[in-house]
Design a binder for this molecule. Structure first.
Ligand code: GCV
Length: 670
C-alpha cells in the first residue's frame, strides 16, 4: 500500500524498482544536465524532479541530458545518443548517458517519462531510443465532477477536485497531474459539462484563487486547465433576462466576464460547452444556431489565446419515437453539418465517437470527417457508463482503435478518423482527442484496479494513435504489476478479450442500451429512458432492430459513399452493427449459418461463460499482486459474473418469449 493513501498507479517507482521485484528493475542514481532550456522553467523543473524520483537508487550512476533542439516536432522528443543530427556527442563516460532532445518543455517532460517508462519495463541502455511526435495536438481529459463532490457517471468514489462546493488542492492533485503528463495529456477540464449550482461560480471571484492554484499545478506538468461553461451564465450570474448569443448586452457581459476570468487565470486553455441538450440552455432557445453560440464565445476568447470546445451531443430527448423517420442518431449531423465552414478558427467541435451515446458497439459518428471545414475532435468515454461501471472489466482501447481506423471516405487519402481528428486531413491547428475520465478519490483512482488500463491507455493512444491495443495493455500491465511472463501474458489476454465478452452478454449486434434506465448498469431490455413512446429497439414477434436505411430513418445516408451503401444493405452491413441499421427477422441467417435468434442465445451463453472464466483465471493472481488489488478485483469479478448471468437470462428469455423460437441447443432459458 502506498503511504500516501492513494495508489501510485503506473508510476510506483518504489515497488517496481524495489529489492523484492520479480523482474529486478535497477533504476540507478541520476545526474541531470540541461542545455538550452531554462533550468528554472517550471516544466523543466518537474522533469528533473521526476527523474530524481524515479532514479533514486544508490548504485548504477545514470546521466540524463536535456537538450533543446528546434528541429524536433512540437511536444515531441528524441532519445538516444544523437545530438544535432550527429553521433559526435555520444556519451563516453562509464555511466550510461541518455540524451533527450525536444524543441519545447513539454517535449522534454514527455521524453523523461518515456525514458522512465522504458527503464521500468526493464529496457536497458543503449536500447532506449525514441523519435516521437504526438499524433494529436490536443489530448484531453474531461471530468464530469460536480462541485458538491459527486461525479456524474463516476464509479471510483467522489471527486478529488471538489468537496462540499469548495476546490481541493493537495498532494493528490500533484500526483494526478504527474500521471496525466506521464501519458501525454495536455488539457484537463475539471468540471462537469452539465454546469449546475455552484459550478457556475467557477468563473467568479469566489473561486479564482483556488482555480489558479489548480491551474498552476497543471501548468507545472505542461497541462492546460479548462472549464465547462454554463451558457446561461449571463442570466444566472449577470442578472440579464436572456442569454441570446446575438444580443448586445449578452455579448458585452461575456466580454467583461471573459476579461475578468483571464485577468485571474492567464493560463486558462478555454471553455468546454454543452448547449441545447438534456436540459441545458443554448442558442436554440433564441432561434440561433450552434455556430452563433460557439462563435460569439470564440471571438471574445480569441484575444486571450483561448479556445472554445463546443460539444455536438445535441439532441432532443423528448422526441416522439412513433414516427419512424424520427431518429436520435441523426441529430448531431442534422444540427451541425449544414453549418460546416461557419465555425471560427478557435472553435472546435467535440464529437462523441458514435451517433448515440457511448454504447458498447455503435457505428462511427458520420460527423467525423462529415465536416470538412471545421476543427473537430473525438470524444470517447473511459468512465464505464454503459460498459460495466468499472465493476465489469472492459478494456476499451480496442474499441478506440476501431474508431480511429475507420475510413470515412471524406477524401481519397488521409481520410481515417485518426487522420481527421489529428488535423492531418484538413490542416487544422486545433484537433485531437478527449476522454470522459474514469477517476475518483478511491485508493486506486479507478474503482476497479484493472480499469486503470483505460486511463493509461487513453493517454498513450491519444499521444500515439499507431500503438496497438496489445502494446498498450502490455505496457500498462508491466508498469503496474511485477509479474512473471506467463501471468503477464494472461492478464494482457484477459484485457484484450474483455470488450467482446462484455458485448456478448449485453446488447447484441449494435442495438445498444437494454440497460437499467438512468443508472445504466444491469439489464432492462425495454428500459431506454426516453422510451415513453414505445421500445427504441422495435422488437416484435418477428424480429428486431431499427431501420435506419433510406426506407427507414435515412441515417445511413449521412455517410459518404461507399459507407452509406454498405450500411444501407443488410447483406453488406457489418454484422456487429446489423441491428443498429436494420430491422431483421429472427430467422435471418448470419454469415456463420446461425439464425439471428440463435446468435442471440449463443452469444449470451458464451459471453457469460467467458466472464466466469475471466473470474476463474484471476484466482491465479492471488499472492502475485498486492493483497489489496487482489481483493478489489476479485470482489468486482464476483459482481461481473452476477451481472453477466442476469443479462444472459433476461435477454434470452425476453427474445424467447417474443419470438417463440426455442434454443436449438436445448439449454434452459428462464
Ligand atoms: C454529462 C449521457 C449521460 C449524461 C451525460 C451526457 C453528456 O446522456 O448519461 O450523464 O451528461 O451523456 O454526454 O452530456
Amino acid at each position: 500500500m502506498s503511504e500516501k493513501g492513494w495508489s501510485q498507479l503506473w508510476l510506483d517507482y518504489a515497488s517496481k524498482a524495489g529489492k523484492d521485484s520479480v523482474n529486478g528493475i535497477r533504476m540507478g542514481n541520476v545526474n541531470v544536465d540541461i542545455k538550452d532550456f531554462d533550468v528554472d522553467n517550471r516544466v523543466i523543473e518537474s522533469a528533473v524532479k521526476e527523474l530524481n524520483r524515479a532514479f533514486c537508487g544508490d548504485n548504477d550512476k545514470v546521466k540524463v541530458t536535456l537538450v533543446r533542439n528546434k528541429e524536433v516536432a512540437k511536444e515531441g522528443y528524441r532519445i538516444g545518443n544523437i545530438i544535432g543530427g550527429s553521433n559526435e556527442n555520444v556519451a563516453k563516460s562509464d555511466a550510461p548517458e541518455y540524451v533527450i532532445e525536444a524543441s519545447d518543455e513539454n517535449g522534454a517532460l514527455y521524453g523523461v517519462f518515456h525514458l522512465i517508462r522504458e527503464k521500468l519495463m526493464g529496457k536497458e541502455y543503449p536500447n532506449i531510443c525514441a523519435d516521437c511526435a504526438p499524433s494529436n495536438p490536443l489530448r484531453m481529459m474531461n471530468h464530469w465532477d460536480n462541485m458538491d463532490g459527486s461525479i456524474e457517471r463516476g464509479y471510483s468514489g467522489r471527486s478529488f477536485f471538489f468537496v462540499g462546493d469548495e476546490i481541493v488542492v493537495n498532494e493528490r492533485t500533484v500526483d494526478y497531474a504527474r500521471f496525466m503528463a506521464s501519458v501525454g495529456i495536455n488539457g484537463v477540464v475539471i468540471n462537469n459539462v452539465n454546469v449546475k449550482w455552484a459550478a457556475t461560480d467557477l468563473i467568479t471571484t469566489r473561486f479564482f484563487d483556488k482555480v489558479k492554484e489548480l491551474s498552476d499545478i497543471f501548468g507545472d506538468y505542461g497541462i492546460k486547465l479548462y472549464l465547462s461553461l454554463n451558457f446561461a451564465s449571463p442570466i444566472e450570474l449577470g442578472g440579464l433576462p436572456i442569454c441570446d448569443p446575438l444580443d448586445k448586452d449578452v455579448i458585452n457581459w461575456w466580454k467583461d466576464k471573459i476579461k475578468e476570468v483571464y485577468d485571474h487565470l492567464p493560463d486558462l486553455g478555454g471553455f468546454l460547452v454543452k448547449a441545447d441538450s438534456e436540459g441545458r440552455p443554448g442558442p436554440f432557445t433564441y432561434g440561433r444556431t450552434q455556430a452563433d453560440g460557439a462563435n460569439m464565445l470564440g471571438d471574445i476568447i480569441a484575444q486571450y489565446g483561448g479556445i472554445i470546445i463546443w460539444r455536438c451531443f445535441v439532441y432532443n430527448c423528448t422526441q416522439d419515437w412513433r414516427d419512424t423517420k424520427t431518429d436520435r442518431a441523426r441529430a448531431g449531423y442534422d444540427y451541425f453539418k449544414g453549418l460546416d465552414g461557419e465555425y471560427h478558427d478557435n472553435v472546435i467541435l467535440q464529437i462523441k465517437n458514435g451517433p448515440m451515446d457511448f454504447q458498447i458497439r455503435e457505428p462511427i459518428s458520420p460527423l467525423l470527417g462529415g465536416l470538412t471545414k471545421t476543427n473537430q475532435m473525438l470524444e470517447v468515454q473511459i468512465a464505464q457508463e454503459y460498459t460495466g461501471h468499472q465493476i465489469d472489466v472492459c478494456y476499451l482501447i480496442p474499441m478506440f482503435k476501431e474508431i480511429l481506423g475507420f475510413k470515412t471516405y471524406c477524401r481519397d487519402d488521409l481520410d481515417t478518423v485518426a487522420d481527421v481528428i489529428s488535423g492531418r486531413t484538413m490542416g487544422n491547428k486545433y484537433a485531437g482527442m478527449a476522454a470522459v475520465i474514469n477517476t475518483g478519490n478511491d485508493y486506486n483512482w479507478t474503482g476497479n484496479d484493472l480499469a486503470a488500463a483505460n486511463l493509461y491507455g487513453f493517454g498513450r493512444l491519444a499521444f500515439n494513435t499507431e500503438l496497438s491495443s496489445e502494446e498498450i495493455a502490455r505496457e500498462w500491465v508491466r508498469l503496474t504489476f511485477d509479474l512473471e511472463q506467463d501471468l503477464e501474458d494472461k492478464l494482457v489476454d484477459m484485457l484484450l478479450r474483455s470488450r467482446e465478452i462484455y458485448e456478448k452478454y449485453t446488447s447484441p449486434l449494435g442495438i445498444g442500451w437494454m440497460v437499467t434506465p438512468s443508472d445504466h448498469y444491469g439489464p432492462s431490455v425495454d428500459g431506454y429512458e426516453y422510451s415513453r413512446w414505445g421500445t427504441y429497439h422495435r422488437a416484435d414477434h418477428l424480429g428486431l432492430g431499427v431501420d435506419r436505411t433510406d426506407k427507414g430513418t435515412g441515417y445511413a445516408q449521412q455517410y459518404y459513399s461507399p459507407n452509406a451503401e454498405m450500411y444501407n444493405d443488410p447483406k453488406t452491413c457489418p454484422e456487429n452493427l446489423l441491428l443498429f441499421f436494420h430491422h431483421i427477422p429472427y430467422t435471418w441467417k448470419l454469415a456463420s449459418g446461425q439464425s439471428l435468434i440463435q446468435y442471440i442465445y449463443d452469444s449470451h451463453f458464451e459471453g457469460c461463460a467467458e466472464a466466469e472464466e475471466l473470474a476463474e483465471t484471476w484466482k491465479e493472481f492471488e499472492g502475485k499482486v498486492s493483497d489489496r488489488t487482489y481483493a478489489c478485483v476479485s470482489e468486482r469479478f464476483g459482481r461481473q459474473v452476477y451481472n453477466a448471468r442476469e443479462w444472459r437470462d433476461q435477454v434470452n428469455s425476453y427474445f424467447y418469449r417474443k419470438s417463440g423460437i426455442s434454443d436449438e441447443k436445448g439449454r434452459t432459458i428462464y
